[in-house]
Every structure is written in C-alpha cells, then in structure tokens.
Design a protein around this ligand. Structure first.
Ligand code: NDP
Ligand code: PYR
Ligand code: MG
Length: 412
C-alpha cells in the first residue's frame, strides 16, 4: 500500500463512523425506573457511605480496580517529538483500545496541558483516587524520569512509564531470544543504543540487569556519542557515558553485535549495517518509522536478526506486548507498585512463550503458515491468546513474592 493511501485509510479509520477509538459503556442494567434508582439516586448513596466508612470499599463498589489512566503531556509522542497534548490523544486512545482488547482493562486517556514537572505531578496525584493504576505515556526525558520516580513514591497504586519499562521488558525478552538464535552471550556483545531518552535509558538498564556490560555499551543522543568527557550530561546520560574516543553512530556501529534504536527515523545506513559483526541484531524501534527500513536492512545483511516497532513486518518489538499484561497482573493482586521483580518475571515469561509451538489461530491472524522460534519470530505476536494466561500470572506471582500485592491470590 502506498504511503498516501495508508494515510487516507488511517484518517478515515479515526474519523468515521464516530470520531475517535473508545467510548464509555455502562456495566449495569438501566432499563427501568428501579434500575435507575439503584444506579443513581437514592441507591447510589449506600455505596458512597460504605466507601466513606472504609476507603478500601472503593474497590468493591466502583470500577476503580480495573481502571487505568493513560496520561501524557504530548512531549515525546512516538518518534514525532513534542506535538502537544491534543495531538497525542490518538495515541492515548489507541493505548486504551489495546488495554481493553488484550487485557480487559478500562482506560480513561488524559492529556495534560503542561510541561511543568510539578504541575504535571500535582495533576496526576489529584486524579489518582479515580484509578487502579497510572500508565504514563510519551513524556520526554529527562522530565519523565522525575515524574515517574516522584509519582511512584507518592502514590499507593501502580505507576509505570510505559515508554521506559514496557519497552524495556519487551525488548529485553526479544534481545535474550535473538542472542540465543545468534549464539552470542549478553555479557560479551557490543551494544549500540541510539537515543538517550526515556525508552533508551530504561531499556539499557534492564539489559544490564540481564548481564550486559557497561564497557560494551555505547549510547548516542542527538549530539553524537555520549562520552565521559562531554559537558553538561544529565545523570541518566552520564550513567552510560563511554570511555571510548569515538563521536559518531558510524564509528560506534563498527563490529557492534547489537543495535537498539529508540531515537528517530532513517539514521542507520546500509554502510553502517555492513560494518557490524556477524549475525547482527538490529532492533530499529522508533515509531512510526524505524531507524532503518525493515526491507532495506534485510536486503543489506542476509545474516541479520531484524526487528522494528511496527506491526507490518516480522518481529514487532513494541510495548503493546507489555503494558496490557503487566497492568493486568498488577491489578489482579492489587499491587501497590510495578517493581523490578515483576518486570523481570514479565521478560522471562515473554521470552519463554516465543519458544513454545505457535497456535494455529496466531498463524491465521498474521497470514502465516508456520511461525516458529527463529530469526523471523523472536517474540510472541500481540494476538497470541496465550499471552493473557502467561504474562499476568507471572507478574502477579512476582508481586506476591516481592511483598507488593495487597490482595494476594489464595491457593495459588
Ligand atoms: N517500539 C517501542 O515499543 C517503542 C518505541 N519508542 C520509540 O523510541 C523513540 C524515543 O522515544 P522516547 O524515549 O519516549 O523519547 P525521548 O524524547 O525521551 O527520547 C528521544 C531520544 O532520541 C534522541 N535523538 C534524537 N535525534 C537523534 C539522533 N539523530 N541520533 C540519536 N539519538 C537521537 C534524543 O536525543 P537528545 O537527548 O539529545 O534530545 C533523545 O535522547 C521514539 O521514536 C519512540 O517511538 C519508544 C517507546 C516504545
Ligand atoms: C510504542 C510507543 O509507546 C512509542 O513509540 O512511543
Ligand atoms: Mg509511547
């Protein structure tokens, strides 16, 4: 399909028959006067009073426990940059749709009109009583780090910045599997990270938790390689500064085993790919357009393990595989946090699922005949019906074992 027809189709999809992608639907009967007297006045006063007596009853009598806020200020929308809160709304509604179809979680998308960190945090704190969880989305670094840290400290419901941890979990699972297929070891591979924002920093931290070595990592931002001798680095960038005396992506790519793109479109050239080590792993995850086009990358290197954030090529490494299932697990045990143990459990569950035989309905959904663990299938597909029975239980179990589940599942 040409770019022009895809654009027309996408605009039509969003505009018709009703603008937008989500709506609110009542879950109780509303056919008679009696129904309304229960749903609204006078009946509604009784649950109000029960909640006033014991605030925990809000989980018993309202939708709070299954309601997540997807919140953005529109400062880092996909790879489109700071396009503002209104322009971020299609993405936030899209996240709402995905939460619902994959994990039956209801979402209110909330676009906040401020770039001020304190004002943003105050807004989220003030609306938090409505929600069972907070999914922060598309907020640029470095502000995103402080916003998430403070909200996690100050709220007793799970808060997760999806671009940081959703992306880290999926890409770590994909990386572990890709390394296995390429017969390489995580503590030995040379890794180039393009981007030093919210997603890149958290992904790199998680790869380190799985064994990647600082000395083998080069991170690059819009100004070039992040070197130890560069001035005015943020704390997060300083954490990944290299001692190597190189300045450019091109230099960093020479003999690298892994390229992770969380930056902008079309910055990787065929020449750079050719300079990488044997069996290179390339995750070009910028959305909607990757750091290098899938087909061009595969044409350039026939030994490549290639992934993008898009759904129209094999190996979609995208946080869609994460946030619905991670929040499902956290909400199911009313976790107060999404902690490291829960994230690691999600990585391991996803990585393991990709090695299982693929149900026929997944092949059919993707027009495939034989998806099988290998170079073109390193991570499960979002429409895999096993995700919901695999990832949330792993996350919930980790929440219980790490002591953040306030409603642990009995007789596990
Ligand atoms: N596939 C997936 O699941 C996901 C993909 N992403 C993608 O990752 C990208 C970044 O998102 P996010 O981290 O939230 O955004 P941020 O705004 O937090 O970070 C963007 C980063 O990209 C860097 N950058 C810009 N231009 C270049 C360049 N020419 N070379 C190298 N780095 C560059 C910026 O550098 P500087 O610091 O100098 O400004 C910044 O560090 C987006 O394209 C987004 O779509 C994000 C989340 C999930
Ligand atoms: C996938 C996603 O969250 C992003 O590109 O920002
Ligand atoms: Mg995002």
């Amino acid at each position: 399909m040409s770019k022009q027809s895809r654009r027309r189709e996408a605009l039509l999809y969003h505009a018709k028959p009703k603008p937008g992608k989500i709506e609110v639907v009542p879950t109780k009967k509303y056919a008679t006067q009696r129904d309304l007297s229960l749903a609204y006045s006078p009946g509604v006063a009784d649950p109000c009073l029960e909640i006033a007596k014991n605030v925990d009853n809000v989980y018993k009598y309202t939708a709070k426990g299954n309601l997540v806020a997807v919140i953005s200020n529109g400062t880092a929308v996909l790879g489109l940059g700071n396009i503002g809160p209104e322009a971020s709304k299609p993405v936030m509604e899209g996240k709402g749709l995905l939460f619902k179809i994959f994990a039956d979680i209801d979402v209110f998308d909330i676009e906040v009109g401020t770039e001020d960190v304190d004002a943003f945090i105050e807004t989220v704190k003030n609306i938090a009583p409505t929600f069972g969880g907070i999914n922060l989305e598309d907020i640029k670094a470095p502000e995103a780090f402080e916003i998430e840290r403070r909200l996690k400290e100050e709220l007793d419901i799970p808060v997760m910045h999806d671009d940081q941890h959703g992306t880290a979990i999926i890409s770590a699972a994909a990386l572990l599997n890709a390394l296995e297929i390429a017969k390489k070891k995580i503590d030995k591979v040379k890794i180039v990270i393009s981007g030093a924002g919210a997603a890149a920093v958290s992904c790199t931290r998680l790869y380190k938790a799985f064994g990647a070595k600082d000395a083998n990592i080069v991170m690059i931002d819009s100004k070039g390689v992040i070197r130890k001798d560069r001035d005015n680095l943020t704390d997060e960038k300083a954490e990944f500064a290299t001692a190597r005396k190189i300045d450019t992506l091109e230099e960093a790519m020479e003999k690298a085993d892994v390229f992770v793109g969380l930056s902008i479109a079309n910055i990787v050239t065929p020449k750079m790919l050719k300079s990488m080590a044997k069996r290179p792993i390339v995750f070009a995850m910028a959305n909607p357009d990757p750091e290098i086009e899938y087909d061009l990358a595969c044409k350039t290197r026939d030994d490549i393990i290639m992934a993008t954030g898009r759904s129209d090529h094999p190996n979609q490494v995208n946080n869609v595989l994460g946030f619905p299932f991670i929040f499902r697990g956290a909400l199911d045990v009313r976790a107060t946090k999404i902690n490291e143990a829960m994230k690691m459990a999600a990585v391991e569950a996803l990585a393991a699922l990709a090695k299982e035989p693929v149900p026929e309905q997944v092949n059919i959904a993707y027009g495939e005949t034989k998806l099988i663990f290998g170079r073109e299938y390193i991570i499960p597909k979002p429409f895999d019906p096993r995700l919901i029975s695999t990832v949330p239980p792993a996350v919930a179990k980790a929440a219980m074992e790490s002591g953040v589940a306030t409603e642990p599942i009995k007789d596990w």
